[in-house]
Design a protein around this ligand. Structure first.
Ligand SMILES: [Zn+2]
Length: 347
């Protein structure tokens, strides 16, 4: 990761005045104006002077960034080094890294394939990056296509894998209604300014009975609670909306896509180690422990935990939500009644 060119530095050099960069917003999920500050930090990946904050909606409890970078300015907060655009696994030089990535990809593909009762159909991956996942699903018999806003990543997916990828946002793709048997969205929804139109579009594109798989940071996770403000899942200022599992159940049910299961098997180790490194560094410790934890053998061993208990009991930083398009939207406001407010460990 290139930390010599922080995002805020780039922003100061190249962008319009501060009032054009940030906007205040009502709660993106319910429209209420009042929110209580929950987390206030600098850029979690690229240190600079600017501070950002997440608030918890006083009405529905949704966690969102406010004020937040405008849609026009948000790109300035994604330095080149941020994008985890992965090449084809076969092109990785290190055998350990190939093994590690192949294992992760296989888990991801098999999880979706099994949730679809091993019956391949049409699959859309929203934010498909370089197409590695789509290529994996195609090998399982799926007819695949992707949507990806990055010209570089979309181009790579077309060239390297010969995939059908629309370059742009989901809403711009104007795909036909009830087309897909499965839609996946890995680590995307938390980056979206207005999630509601996106959820509506996903519901429109899925055929009745179709599968929706979303992965996103879980602010209720054990790791978020233990690591407090240092937890990388907040990823300010790039994460604009964070969903607690109970809230996500309510929102998806409202759009006619009730949640069947929430698991946790992607990228937990990397997020944990980077968050812990921040916490230890803030407490004055050196990098020895994080370095040991991120060595390839330890990382491979950690799979035992992350693909075992962490997955079964949804303990790690990233949750994977499996929902299914029903025939009619469900009213489930009552599910929110018993949710305790999120208490954050500020240690
Ligand atoms: Zn709200």
């Amino acid at each position: 990761m290139n930390t010599s060119e922080p995002g805020s530095q780039r922003l100061r050099e190249t962008s319009p005045p501060i009032h054009a960069i940030f906007e205040t917003t009502p709660c993106p999920m319910c429209g209420a104006e009042a929110g209580t500050p929950l987390v206030r930090t600098g850029d979690l990946l690229f240190p600079g002077d600017a501070e950002f904050q997440l608030v918890s909606c006083s009405h529905c409890g949704h966690i969102y960034q406010n004020p937040r970078p405008t849609p026009a300015a948000i790109g300035s907060f994604y330095p080149e080094a941020y994008h985890p655009f992965l090449s084809a696994i076969e092109d990785e030089a290190s055998p350990l890294r190939r093994l590690d990535r192949a294992f992760g990809l296989r888990m991801r593909c098999q999880a979706v394939h099994r949730a679809a009762d091993r019956r391949p159909g049409r699959l859309l991956d929203v934010g498909c990056a370089t197409g590695v996942f789509l290529d994996g699903m195609r090998r399982l018999g799926w007819a695949v296509q992707g949507v990806e806003p990055s010209a570089y990543a979309a181009g790579y997916a077309r060239r390297r894998f010969g995939l059908e990828v629309f370059e742009g946002l989901l809403e711009e793709a104007r795909l036909p209604e009830a087309t897909f048997d499965a839609i996946t969205m890995w680590d995307v929804l938390e980056h979206v300014h207005e999630p509601r139109p996106v959820l509506a579009e996903l519901a429109r594109l899925l055929r009745p009975g179709g599968l929706l798989v979303l992965s996103l940071p879980n602010p209720d996770s054990l790791e978020a609670r233990l690591l407090g403000e240092h937890w990388l899942g907040w990823d300010l200022p790039r994460h604009l909306n964070l969903f607690r599992p109970t809230q996500l159940r309510v929102h998806l049910a409202r759009y006619g896509m009730p949640v069947e299961r929430i698991r946790s098997f992607t990228a937990g180790h990397a997020v944990m180690v980077m968050s812990l490194a921040r916490k230890l560094s803030a407490a004055g410790y050196g990098p020895a422990i994080p370095r040991l934890l991120s060595s390839p053998p330890v990382r491979l061993l950690s799979r035992l935990y992350y693909s075992g208990p962490a997955d079964w009991y949804n303990l790690s930083s990233i949750m994977v939500v499996f929902a299914r398009r029903g025939s009619a939207p469900h009213a489930s406001q009552e599910l929110l009644r018993d949710v305790a407010p999120l208490a954050l460990n500020q240690g």
